[in-house]
Design a protein around this ligand. Structure first.
Ligand code: N01
Length: 529
């Protein structure tokens, strides 16, 4: 058994940042990573058209001013290969690989109450004895794989967007079917449509999507951002979502229809995701939200020629933004192409897959390639896959049987010295995740430093603090419109999953203030022993 201070699970953006920070603290850390390289979701999601929908300058680490200055982003929204090469650069630049065990999937971990240490076991039998366990496994890393009858008989290839092969796939001359129209489906549709002989998109629910307004980054723009990077970071840290967009302080209902139209038009043409902040109450008030949703529906209508397809692509029945909207490049217009068909699988669901294609309850679609863009078992999928045993042998699966409970999203009572990065109960997927990672990792390093100064072997969340936090997360969620959609924020993406609102909707600034207060109160809500 190998001994170290910290085992970090996952070598994505979170795990790498945690490794860097804990080394700075003088701790010995080992990262275990199931795949053969760094990058997490950016390593796996290689589908055509994959790109970040947070602006590159904001979707990057802020811990190293030199890195900030030297890295040159080529586009406003970086492609997957560019984000991945950035992550590789970081891993090399800070010499992180030497502490990463690749091809090593965590199978279980057990807390030993006598020594206050974790025993972490990998699938291949390797074991680590560590004081701390940090789960940096990602929120969107356990794929949701449909299991249609007959899929094993399909003569062509079936791919999942998040388990994409490394070698390029040629769609030329092929009849391709995409199942799923979330961000992944929306990003790949225009790119595959331009290559395939025919593309059929199987849609269960339409969602809102905002144009990315992507553009190359000019030298002038690059210089301007870098001259003022610290201020840009401050804006991001002080914004609700960590994206740097300062929300318009006005209610959508206070504006005249003409003013609203102008504000929405400007946001539509430039802000991408930030469209939701065009007015302060779009995500809070049904009537305000309806003004934004109507504007987007009009925009969709203007882009789609065929009335039946247009209606199908128009989202209805839930507020804009309550389900994560997509950010797209020419998604809706793609359905005007002769070689693209949209199929409504809500009214005629997929029945099975045959050797030659896919059958809905209505008809058969001959296909050469099928793509599942069906998403993930979000937030808890990867946390609950391994068996994690805390105090008294209770597993995390048992503890979270009715949904995740934790304190600040970070600590779980009964699981001393275990911390979760950007998981449920934290701003996580409601924020610029990389900023949230840095916020949590720096705070966690201080917490661990504090425990070590006190001479404590263990840090554990109290049950009272945990209960209060869960109530607070719920209360904040119910001040918003988020719970009004069946989304992966609420556990609706997986049948049988507990239906609770998972991320913290109080914003990264609000969250940071809470973290600061807790730290100033000598980490109120944690006990040290
Ligand atoms: O997954 P999703 P995603 N049969 O869950 C449908 C991030 N991301 O991979 O809505 C038929 O959003 C499902 O339909 P419905 C981002 O946070 C970021 O697209 O459940 N259809 C839906 O249409 C994003 O939100 C980037 O009715 C089925 C789709 O599949 C998150 O990842 C890029 C089905 C799943 O959509 C997830 O996005 C891409 C079934 N059995 C993704 N099961 C960036 O740019 C599901 N669907 C950073």
């Amino acid at each position: 058994m190998k001994k170290c201070d910290v085992v970090i699970v996952g070598a994505g953006l979170g795990g790498l940042r945690a490794l860097y920070a804990l080394r700075q603290l003088g701790l010995s850390a080992t990262v275990i990573e199931a795949s053969d390289d760094v990058g997490g979701v950016w390593h796996h999601n290689r589908y055509p058209g994959a790109r970040c929908d947070v602006e590159s300058y904001d979707y990057s680490y802020m811990f190293s001013p030199e890195l900030e200055q030297e890295w040159r982003w080529s586009e406003r929204y970086a492609t997957q290969p560019e984000v991945l090469s950035y992550i590789h650069h970081v891993a090399e630049r800070f010499n992180l690989r030497r502490d990463i065990e690749f091809n090593t999937r965590m199978e279980r971990a057990k807390f030993d109450e006598a020594s206050n240490r974790w025993c972490v076991t990998a699938q291949d039998g390797q074991e680590w004895d560590s004081q701390y366990l940090i789960m940096a496994v990602g929120q969107l890393s356990t794929t949701k794989q449909p299991n249609y009858p007959g899929q094993e008989t399909f003569k062509g290839n079936i791919y999942h967007s998040a388990a994409w092969p490394r070698e390029p796939i040629s769609f030329g001359g092929k009849r391709v079917g995409i199942i799923g129209t979330g961000s992944s489906g929306v990003q790949m549709t225009p790119v595959i449509a331009a290559q395939a002989e025919h593309l059929t998109v199987f849609q269960r629910s339409a969602n809102f999507s905002i144009p990315a307004a992507n553009a190359p980054v000019s030298d002038e723009e690059d210089n301007a951002v870098k001259a003022d990077y610290a201020a840009r970071r401050q804006r991001a840290l002080n914004s609700p979502s960590g994206l740097g967009f300062v929300p318009n302080g006005v209610s959508a209902l206070e504006a005249t229809p003409q003013e609203r139209e102008a504000v929405y038009e400007a946001a539509w043409n430039r802000l991408g995701f930030g469209f939701a902040l065009a007015y302060k109450d779009i995500l809070l008030d049904d009537a305000s939200n309806a003004t934004a949703a109507d504007f987007i529906r009009q925009k969709i209508a203007q882009q789609v020629d065929d009335p039946v397809t247009r209606k199908l692509l128009t989202p209805e029945g839930f507020p804009f933004g309550a389900k994560r909207p997509s950010v797209d490049s020419n998604y809706f217009k793609t359905f005007n192409r002769e070689n693209v068909t949209l199929v409504d699988i809500k009214s005629s669901p997929i029945k099975d897959i045959s050797p030659d294609g896919l059958r809905t309850t209505e008809r058969e679609y001959p296909l050469d390639v099928i793509i599942y863009a069906t998403g993930f078992d979000a937030f808890t999928g990867s946390l609950l896959r391994p068996e994690i045993k805390g105090r008294n042998g209770e597993t995390l699966r048992e503890k979270w049987a009715s949904g995740p409970v934790n304190y600040l999203g970070l600590g779980v009572s009964g699981f001393p010295n275990m911390f979760v990065l950007v998981g449920p109960g934290s701003p996580s997927l409601l924020s610029n995740v990389i900023l949230s990672i840095e916020q949590q990792v720096d705070w966690l390093s201080d917490l661990i430093g504090f425990a070590s100064t006190k001479g404590s072997a263990a840090i554990e969340t109290t049950q009272e603090a945990e209960l209060e936090w869960v109530e607070h997360v719920n209360a904040r969620a119910h001040e918003t419109l988020y719970p009004k959609a069946a989304s992966y924020y609420t556990g609706a993406e997986v049948e049988g999953k507990p239906r609770v609102f998972m991320p913290y909707s109080g914003g990264v600034r609000g969250y940071r203030r809470i973290l600061e207060r807790v730290a100033n109160e000598e980490y109120n809500g944690f006990r040290f022993f």
